[in-house]
Write a protein that binds this ligand. Structure first.
Ligand code: ZN
Length: 271
């Protein structure tokens, strides 16, 4: 599932290519991916000019002329592909935006959990309104996390996945961040000192920046807009490494299940 570095990579690539382009036409191939009426979606986005592409949490927000936004969530396997308009339709293409420069922007999704919707007031969008702090927000401090985690007895790994607290993390980076910070993923969030929370914030920014530098992690379906892979999978230290040696101490990396999700950790390095 794409997390912050993967979504930001896609946003950066769309932002390089799309602003100023007009959507000549829009074809919805799989109607169920559109939240709301798909005919209305088509009508609203057609003939609009793309102004800017942003990321909010794991959402992609495409600002169109006359202040309407396309809000996209990639979920498990959603992706955007930019191709010449001569490219034939592929099996997993779900929506096609024909642009005015002989390119088309394709929303492709193998499993179809991804969503597209139009919105004319970002402040009223339920998913966006519920988003917690961005990992790079100046408001994200150890003090604020201490307050937010105060009543939460859930393990820190599970707390890091709660998009209403910090927006953008998923299973891969939560494991990597806690390994980097030397913190056991099973520790209840409300038991962590400000010093430990500060270490988590530092590791979060470090790991996410590095993952962004390598254009994200391609271990399953995630691909960039040009269909190339991200490269951060080559730098993962614990995720997917069960029974391999810890790079720091040579202990065996363990895999545990928390809240139905896999967590990877070094039992010696993460106390
Ligand atoms: Zn270790």
């Amino acid at each position: 599932m794409p997390e912050l570095p993967e979504v930001q990579t896609i946003v950066n690539e769309l932002q390089t290519n799309l602003p100023g382009r007009k959507i000549s036409s829009c074809r919805i191939i799989r109607e169920s991916i559109v939240h709301g009426d798909h005919n209305r979606f088509q009508k609203i986005v057609e003939k609009k000019t793309i102004i800017k592409i942003d990321r909010l949490g794991k959402y992609i927000v495409i600002h169109l002329s006359t202040d309407v936004w396309i809000i996209v969530h990639l979920r498990m396997t959603g992706k955007f592909v930019l191709q010449p308009d001569s490219r034939s339709t592929h099996k997993h293409d779900r929506a096609v935006f024909q642009l005015d420069n002989r390119l088309k922007l394709i929303f492709s999704d193998v499993r179809c959990f991804g969503t597209l919707e139009v919105c004319d007031d970002l402040g009223k969008h339920k998913g966006l309104r519920q988003l917690g702090l961005d990992p790079w927000s100046k408001k994200l401090t150890a003090g604020i996390l201490k307050l937010k985690f105060d009543a939460r007895k859930i393990p820190i790994k599970t707390a890091l996945l709660d998009q209403k607290i910090i927006a953008g993390l998923g299973n891969i980076y939560a494991s990597e961040i806690l390994f980097d910070a030397g913190i056991n993923p099973m520790i209840p969030a409300n038991k962590l000192s400000k010093g430990k929370l500060s270490a988590i914030i530092q590791s979060m920014r470090k790991i996410l920046s590095l993952a962004l530098k390598y254009n994200g992690t391609s271990i399953s379906d995630y691909r960039r807009v040009d269909e190339k892979q991200g490269m951060f999978q080559n730098f993962l230290k614990v995720y997917g490494k069960a029974d391999q040696k810890c790079l720091n101490c040579s202990s065996k990396i363990e895999k545990i299940v928390q809240n139905q999700r896999s967590t990877f950790l070094c039992p010696l390095c993460q106390k």
